[in-house]
Design a protein around this ligand. Structure first.
Ligand SMILES: *[C@@H]1O[C@H](CO)[C@@H](O)[C@H](O)[C@H]1NC(C)=O
Ligand SMILES: *[C@@H]1O[C@H](CO)[C@@H](O)[C@H](O)[C@H]1NC(C)=O
Ligand SMILES: *[C@@H]1O[C@H](CO)[C@@H](O)[C@H](O)[C@H]1NC(C)=O
Length: 383
C-alpha cells in the first residue's frame, strides 16, 4: 500500500520495499505461468477432442509422469508373464472376467512347459506342509501353488517354503453351500492367470500325495481325461436331491454327484469359472440339504464336456467306517501294513485301459500323522 508513494524516504525503507516487492513479483510470474499452463491444457484437450491430433504439448505430458508406466508393454512377455504377486484387489467379478480370457489359437508361439496348479482349500494352517515340501522338492518348473484359507488366517511360512506368499484373496467357505464352490472357482480363476498352468488339482490340508512328483505329473499330463468324480446315484442322496425347478437347463438324467476333490485341465477350468447359465440355477434351487458342492461341478461338466471326463476322482477317502463323514486317520493308524495297503487292491480305467493305479492322493490325515508319514514316505510313497 505504501509502495512507490514515498520515494523520498531513507534507503533502509526502500530496501525493505525491494525485498517485499521481489516475492510479490515472483508470485505474479508464478500466477502467470500457472495460467499459461492451464490455458494450454484446456486448449490441448479441446484440440484432441475436436481433431484427434495430439499436439507436442500433450505428447510431452507422459515425459512429465515417468512413474505411471515404467516397463515397456510392447512385447509378448507382458501377456505371458504370471502376476508377480498373488494378492490383488480385484473383486470376484473382475477376477472371473479377467481369468476367462482364452486364446483362440491353440498353439503357443513360445516354449511352454505345462504346470500343475496345486490348489489348497484350507481353513488355515497346512499341518502336513513338510510332507508336501518333500514331494515338491526338485520340480520347481512343473508346479505352482495356490492357497485359499479363512480370510482371518495369517500364514507364517518361511521365505524358503514352497507355500510362502502363495495365499490368494479368500472369503469364508461353508461345507455344502455355494460359498464352497465360490472358493474353488476363486482358486481356479487365480491359477488361470498364470498361462503356464495346464492342470488344476484341488486338495485340502488333510490330503497326502500317494506317489512321487514324477509319477504324479506323468499320470495327470498323459491322461486323455480330467478327473472329476461324477456318477448318477438313483438314491435319495443323488437323484433325490434334484429339483425340477432347474429345468430346462438341467434335467434329471444330467444330474450328477461326486466328491469335490478334482483335477481338471485348463479348458474345463475355464468352463467352470465362466459359467453363468447353471450357476444361478444351482444357487437358487440346490438348497442346503442338496449339498451343492457335491453336484454343481460334476453336473455342469457332464452337460458341457462329458467326453473329457474320467468320471472318477484321483483322491481316495475311506468311507468304510460308515457315518456321514469319511475316516480321519491318526498317528496310530500309520503302520507299515497301512502304508502298503494305500497302493493295493484297486482297479479302474486309465485312458480306457485297466490299471491298478487309481488314486494319486488320499485323505483324511490328522496333523498327528506327520512324523510317521515322513518316516514312511520314502519307502512306501517314493518321495
Ligand atoms: C435331458 O436333456 C438332454 C439334453 O438336452 C436330452 O437329450 C434328454 O433326452 C433329456 N432327458 C430327459 C429325461 O428329459
Ligand atoms: C463319463 O460320463 C459321461 C456321461 O455322464 C460319458 O459321456 C463319458 O463317456 C464318461 N467318461 C468315460 C471315460 O467313460
Ligand atoms: C518315483 O517313483 C517311481 C515309482 O515308484 C520310481 O521308479 C522313481 O525312481 C521315483 N522317482 C524319483 C525321482 O524318486
Amino acid at each position: 500500500m505504501e509502495e512507490g508513494k514515498d520515494p523520498a524516504t531513507s534507503t533502509v525503507v526502500s530496501r525493505a520495499h525491494q525485498s517485499r516487492a521481489l516475492p510479490q513479483r515472483l508470485m505474479h510470474l508464478l500466477a502467470l505461468f500457472l495460467f499459461l499452463c492451464f490455458t494450454i491444457s484446456v486448449f490441448s484437450i479441446f484440440m484432441i477432442r475436436k481433431t484427434g491430433v495430439v499436439t507436442t504439448v500433450t505428447s510431452a505430458i507422459p515425459i512429465l509422469q515417468p512413474c505411471t508406466e515404467q516397463q515397456p508393454n510392447n512385447n509378448l512377455d507382458h501377456w505371458i508373464t504370471p502376476p508377480s504377486k498373488l494378492m490383488h484387489k480385484m473383486s470376484d467379478n473382475e477376477l472371473f472376467w479377467r481369468a476367462s480370457f482364452v486364446p483362440l489359437l491353440k498353439k503357443y508361439p513360445f516354449p511352454r512347459v505345462p504346470k500343475i496348479a496345486f490348489m489348497f482349500l484350507t481353513k488355515g494352517p497346512l499341518p502336513l506342509a513338510p510332507l508336501w515340501e518333500r514331494f515338491f522338492k526338485g520340480h520347481k518348473s512343473l508346479y505352482s501353488i495356490y492357497i485359499h484359507s479363512l480370510p482371518s488366517y495369517e500364514p507364517r511360512y518361511p521365505s524358503t517354503s514352497v507355500f510362502y506368499d502363495r495365499q490368494i484373496p479368500s472369503q469364508i467357505a461353508e461345507w455344502g453351500r455355494m460359498t464352497m464352490c465360490d472358493a474353488e472357482r476363486r482358486l481356479l480363476a487365480n491359477a488361470l492367470l498364470d498361462i503356464s498352468n495346464e492342470y488344476f488339482v484341488l486338495v485340502s490340508e488333510s490330503c497326502i500325495p500317494l506317489y512321487n512328483f514324477t509319477v504324479t505329473y506323468r499320470y495327470i499330463s498323459s491322461s486323455k481325461y480330467s478327473f472329476m468324480g461324477a456318477f448318477d446315484d438313483p438314491g435319495p442322496f443323488g437323484r433325490g436331491r434334484y429339483n425340477p425347478e432347474m429345468l430346462p437347463e438341467v434335467n434329471i438324467s444330467q444330474w450328477r454327484k461326486g466328491s469335490q476333490w478334482f483335477e481338471v485341465n485348463r479348458n474345463l477350468a475355464s468352463i467352470i469359472i465362466s459359467d453363468v447359465t447353471y450357476y444361478p440355477k444351482f444357487l437358487e434351487f440346490c438348497r442346503p440339504a442338496c449339498y451343492v458342492d457335491e453336484h454343481y461341478f460334476p453336473t455342469l461338466l457332464t452337460i458341457q464336456a462329458p467326453n473329457q471326463l474320467a468320471n472318477r476322482s484321483l483322491t481316495w477317502v475311506d468311507w468304510s467306517r460308515g457315518g456321514p463323514h469319511p475316516a480321519t486317520f491318526g498317528a496310530n493308524d500309520i503302520t507299515e501294513v497301512f502304508m502298503q495297503k494305500l497302493h493295493e487292491g484297486r482297479e479302474c480305467l486309465y485312458n480306457d485301459e485297466p490299471t491298478m493305479v487309481c488314486y494319486l492322493f488320499a485323505r483324511k490325515f490328522a496333523p498327528s500323522t506327520l512324523q510317521r508319514l515322513l518316516l514312511f514316505a520314502q519307502e512306501f510313497l517314493g518321495y
